[in-house]
Each structure stands twice: as structure tokens, then as C-alpha cells.
Design a protein around this ligand. Structure first.
Ligand code: HEM
Length: 568
């Protein structure tokens, strides 16, 4: 017997004429409904959170506290006072909003998918998704096509790898498909309200102020951090032949590159160690949360959360002291050209009114750049080396090219002459896009192609699916850097990063206004690091080890990349 209330749950047990289900529905509609509405209204009246495991309601109060301090404060004392008061309020408010969140979630889990939604499995599929995201995405698209309607963790979700619909979401209607309200968002006190999660005018201003730090000229000044750190790795850990998990090494390397590019190389050694130590601890925790799909709110005082909070506090104190000493230094002796680190660029950037970022905004952006730029780059390097080792003929051709272009120390301009290596990187990003899904939320009811989506629908655009579309890619599963060569004969590799690429199905760095601000940085880093490695080292597969398996969480990381390295 099916429900007459439209909640979609089959009724089985009858109690004196009424089914138990009728009873539950009545309780839900008569009592929970109004309570839910008022709690939801209350939650909505709070400033919108910067993200969270569900629609973010669970951490609304904490994030609201954070944001109100962020928006209003200019100085340390004001920030501290506002933080203190708002954080105490936050704990109380969070309990209320998490209750609202749970009720809303239960209601959404039992509700059917809206009419007009794309076809897909009708029941909740969060477990299948968490267990094996790539296989699950593949099986869904095989069964239902490139656009699928889902119920995921109680959220109404559309997954798409359709060329036109992806373009609509990321570019043509970027104003309708915003970040605000997106489900499964890795919001965290670590990255605060930085570029990755903020929206609307705050995002717009921060992006405008951050753009100069990522122009090509600026990126070239960070190249020294990339080549120096790689040299150091080659001269120490990679000095001797042997088997290594190169993915582990690349995580340390990209952390070194990012901190050095952000803060400059005159950071006192002790300060540098303090920062990297705190980042590593915070990142470990962050990865643990990601593995659980961010279901445990960050503000709950679990042992993990308390340790994490301590790591973030240590990181904050180190970063604030770097910000202060760097701005004092800039005031007396302005750094120029190659001496400027990314923090200098951010400190010097001003809006039309001549105002820059306040300390909190600076801190949030620096942390966001660490979060967004470190792991993704390590993932790209890990997969690229795995492909190079698996395809010795590709590696040989890349080595010959690198030796031809630069026999000695590498300069940023050298990468322009390494077209085959560029093709290797583009092909790696196609087959193993570190960001394999990117999320948006419909800010109002909207027509997505033939489908009608209610406001609040989360849309997950999948580079993983787009990059394997057999209508645009020949032999989509094959690693073939050659496929890129005709394009690279006439265009720069960066041209592939505009729009959805030249064939409309290539988005490793996203697309539209919210595309990756660090694209040029990441490409320069990958090319310089790989070129330096290929100048000196041969990469081989380890007998008995297959191609590295993926361990997809928020990003498409390899579980490990064991390779045999030996001097050329
Ligand atoms: C291989 C390396 C990288 C990949 C694959 C990658 C991928 C992406 C993607 C797909 C997005 C868009 C997300 C969305 O649409 O929701 C993004 C955004 C972003 N990335 Fe990257 N990224 C990489 C490296 C970096 C680096 C090195 C930095 C900084 C140093 C960085 C900073 C950011 C920031 C701040 C955003 C948010 C931009 C905004 O919304 O305005 N990324 N990245």
C-alpha cells in the first residue's frame, strides 16, 4: 500500500483503521512541519554559512559568527572580541540549527524526487556513493545517461557530465548556479570564508583583489620556489635509486612549494617548520573528515575536532604573525619583482576605493590557497609519474624534449618549449582530474535543459564523466598524449583552460567565473617539477604492482604511487 501524503514511503502496518505510516505522516505534517518551518526560518535568518556537510545549517551559527567577525573587523582586538562573543552564542545556536538540519534531512530522505527531475535511482544512494564514487558515477551514467537525478544524503542532487548542461551550469547561468547552499561542501574553519567557498559580493571583491597575484608575471616569480624545492628533493630523498611512494614525496614537495610561494623564502626556519607542522596536522584531520563525507560537524567537541582546532589555532597564530611582519616590512622597504611573494601581492592589492583585505580576509585567502593548491598539485604529479612509468616510450620522448630545451637549470620560459610534456600533463588531467566533481546550488527554480529543478537543488558537474565522453574523445580510456599535439602546435596549453576547452568537454580547472584562480600556478609547477625530474631520474613501475588505484574523496587522489626511481 502506498502513502497518500506524497511522502513516498510504502505503508505496511495498519493500526485501528489507520496505517502506522498514516500516523507518522500526520505527526510529521501536523507537528514536525510547523516546527521545522519555524526552525528553518530561524536558520535562514542567520547569515549564510560558508559551507558544511549538509546545506550547512548544522554549522550555520559557527560560520555566521565567523563571517560576521570577518566582515566587520579591521583589527586584532575587534576580531578577538567579536569572535569571543559570537562563538559563545554559536554553540547554543548550533544546537538549535543542527536539530533543524536533522529534521529537514529526514523529511528530504522520505520525500520523492520532484517531478521534472532527471531520471535516476529513486532511493537514497549516499552509501553507494561514499563506498566507491567513480564506479558508482560510471554505473549511473551507463544506466541513466549523462544527467542523473539522485537522492544523496537526503539532498536532491543532479549529477551531470553533459556538455551543454555543464556549460549552462558553470558559465551561461553561473549567476543562478551559485556556491551558496551547495551540499557536501568542504566548509571548514581552516579555509574560513576564502575564495573556494564564499559567494556574492564578498567573493567578487576577494577574487578581484586576488587576481593580480595569479597573473603570469607574478606566477613566474613563484617559479623559483618550484625549482628550488624540486632540486632539494632530488638531492636528498631521491638521491639514491630505489622504490618510493612518490605521491607521499609530492605531498611534501607541494607543501614546500606553496608555503614558499605564499610567504617567501626569508621565512625564519623555525617559523617555516611551525607553519608546515600545523598545516600537516590540520590536513590530516581534514582528510579524515572527507573520508566520512563531512558528516560530523566540526564544532562537536570530539577528540579529533579538539586536536584539529588546536592545529588551526597554531596555524592562525603563525600566519597572523607572518602577515604582520610582512606588512611592516613592506611599509618600510617595498619588495619588487622577483622578491615579491604571494602574500606581498595580496597585501599590495587594492580595490577602486583604495582599500585592501583586512587581516582575517588575508588569513582566509592564504589558508584557502594552501588547501586548494597543495593536494591537487601533488595528485597531478603523482598520476603523471604513474603514467610516465607505465608508458616508457612516452617518458623517453619527454626526456629527449626536456634535454633539448634545457640541459641545466630550468627557467619559467623553458616550459613553453616543452610541448610534449605539456601534452603529458593535459592528458593526465583528462584521465585523472583531481577535482572530479564540482558542485553548485540552484539559487532559484530553474530549467536545466529539459529538466525542471527546484531552488536548492545541488548540481554536481563531473569532469570525470566529461573527460570520457566517447562522442568527443577517441579511445577515451587510453593514455595518449599525442592527441594534444595538433592543438599545441598552434595554441598555448593555457588556451585549453578557457571555457570548456576546445572540444567543449575539458574542465580540469573548472570553468566560468569560479574557475581555478591557480591554473597558471598549477600548470607551471607541474611542468617545472616534471621537467626537473626527467632531467635526472628514470621512473619505472615496480614489478608486481599494478597501476595505482584511486582513493577518491573530495579529490581524486591515488592511494599511493610506488615507483622505482634511478639516476639517468
Ligand atoms: C592540479 C592542480 C589544481 C586543480 C586540478 C584545481 C582545480 C580547481 C577547480 C576544478 C576549481 C573550481 C571549483 C569549482 O568550480 O567549484 C578550482 C578552484 C580554485 N582553485 Fe584550484 N586547482 C588546482 C590548483 C590550484 C592552486 C595551485 C591554487 C592556488 C595556489 C588553487 C586555488 C584555487 C582557488 C582559490 C579556487 C577557488 C576560485 C574561486 O572560486 O574564485 N588551485 N580549482
Amino acid at each position: 500500500m502506498s502513502c497518500s501524503h506524497g511522502c513516498g514511503v510504502p505503508c505496511t502496518v495498519r493500526i485501528s483503521g489507520n496505517s502506522q505510516h498514516d500516523l507518522m505522516c500526520n505527526v510529521q505534517i501536523r507537528m514536525v512541519g510547523p516546527a521545522l518551518t519555524s526552525l528553518k526560518t530561524f536558520s535562514r535568518s542567520l547569515p549564510n554559512p560558508s559551507g558544511g556537510p549538509s546545506r550547512g545549517v548544522g554549522i550555520a551559527a559557527a560560520a555566521a559568527a565567523q563571517r560576521s567577525a570577518h566582515d566587520r573587523s579591521d583589527g586584532t582586538l575587534a576580531e578577538t572580541l567579536i569572535d569571543g562573543v559570537t562563538q559563545s552564542l554559536a554553540l547554543g545556536l548550533s544546537a538549535v540549527s543542527i536539530a533543524a538540519d536533522s529534521l529537514a534531512r529526514i523529511q528530504r530522505v522520505v520525500a520523492p524526487l520532484p517531478a521534472g527531475f532527471p531520471p535516476g535511482p529513486g532511493s537514497e544512494v549516499a552509501l553507494n556513493f561514499l563506498r566507491s564514487p567513480l564506479e558508482f558515477i560510471d554505473s549511473l551514467t551507463q544506466q541513466y545517461g549523462s544527467t542523473v537525478g539522485l537522492k544523496l544524503g537526503g539532498e536532491q542532487v543532479v549529477l551531470t557530465g553533459d556538455l551543454c548542461l555543464s556549460r549552462q551550469v558553470l558559465i551561461d547561468q553561473a549567476d543562478v548556479f551559485g556556491k551558496e547552499g551547495t551540499a557536501f561542501f568542504p566548509g571548514s574553519s581552516l579555509a574560513g570564508n576564502g575564495l573556494l567557498v564564499s559567494d556574492g559580493p564578498i567573493w567578487q571583491r576577494q577574487r578581484q583583489l586576488s587576481n593580480p597575484a595569479f597573473r603570469q608575471r607574478a606566477v613566474e616569480t613563484y617559479a623559483k620556489a618550484m625549482t628550488d624545492s624540486t632540486e632539494a628533493m632530488l638531492a636528498t630523498q631521491w638521491q639514491h635509486s630505489g622504490r618510493r611512494d612518490v605521491y607521499k614525496d609530492f605531498n611534501a614537495l607541494t607543501l614546500q612549494v606553496t608555503t614558499q610561494a605564499l610567504f617567501g623564502d626569508d621565512l625564519p626556519a623555525a617559523e617555516g617548520l611551525r607553519v608546515t607542522g600545523a598545516i600537516q596536522r590540520a590536513f590530516e584531520y581534514f582528510a579524515g573528515r572527507a573520508a566520512l563525507g563531512f558528516i560530523i560537524p566540526e564544532w562537536l567537541p570530539t577528540p579529533d575536532n579538539l586536536q584539529y582546532r588546536e592545529a588551526v589555532q597554531q596555524l592562525d597564530s603563525a600566519v597572523y604573525s607572518i602577515i604582520d611582519s610582512r606588512s611592516a616590512k613592506l611599509a618600510t622597504a617595498p619588495a619588487t619583482g622577483a622578491r615579491q611573494c604571494l602574500l606581498d601581492q595580496l597585501l599590495l592589492s587594492k580595490d577602486e576605493q583604495g582599500r585592501g583585505m583586512n587581516r582575517r580576509a588575508l588569513r582566509d585567502e592564504l589558508m584557502t590557497l594552501l588547501v586548494a593548491g597543495q593536494e591537487t598539485s601533488a595528485i597531478l604529479l603523482g598520476w603523471a609519474c604513474a603514467f610516465l612509468a607505465q608508458h616508457p616510450e612516452v617518458q623517453l620522448r619527454a626526456v629527449e624534449e626536456v634535454q633539448q630545451v634545457a640541459a641545466g637549470a630550468l627557467l619559467p620560459a623553458d616550459v613553453n618549449g616543452m610541448r610534449y610534456l605539456q601534452a603529458v600533463v593535459l592528458e593526465t588531467l583528462r584521465l585523472r582530474p583531481p577535482a572530479y566533481i564540482v558542485g553548485r546550488c540552484a539559487q532559484r527554480p530553474v530549467q536545466l535543459g529539459a529538466f525542471s529543478l527546484p531552488a536548492g537543488t545541488t548540481v554536481l558537474v563531473s569532469p570525470w564523466v566529461l573527460h570520457r565522453d566517447s562522442s568527443v574523445w577517441q579511445e577515451p580510456e587510453a593514455f595518449k598524449p599525442e592527441r594534444w599535439m595538433p592543438l599545441l602546435e598552434t595554441k598555448s596549453y593555457m588556451s585549453e583552460m578557457s571555457g570548456l576547452g576546445s572540444n567543449g568537454a575539458y574542465v580540469p580547472f573548472g570553468a566560468g567565473p569560479r574557475n581555478c584562480i591557480g591554473t597558471g600556478f598549477a600548470m607551471m609547477e607541474a611542468l617545472l617539477v616534471l621537467a626537473a625530474i626527467l632531467q635526472r631520474v628514470q621512473l619505472r613501475t615496480v614489478p608486481g604492482e599494478g597501476f595505482p588505484s584511486a582513493d577518491p574523496r573530495i579529490t581524486l587522489r591515488p592511494a599511493k604511487v610506488p615507483l622505482f626511481i634511478s639516476a639517468l
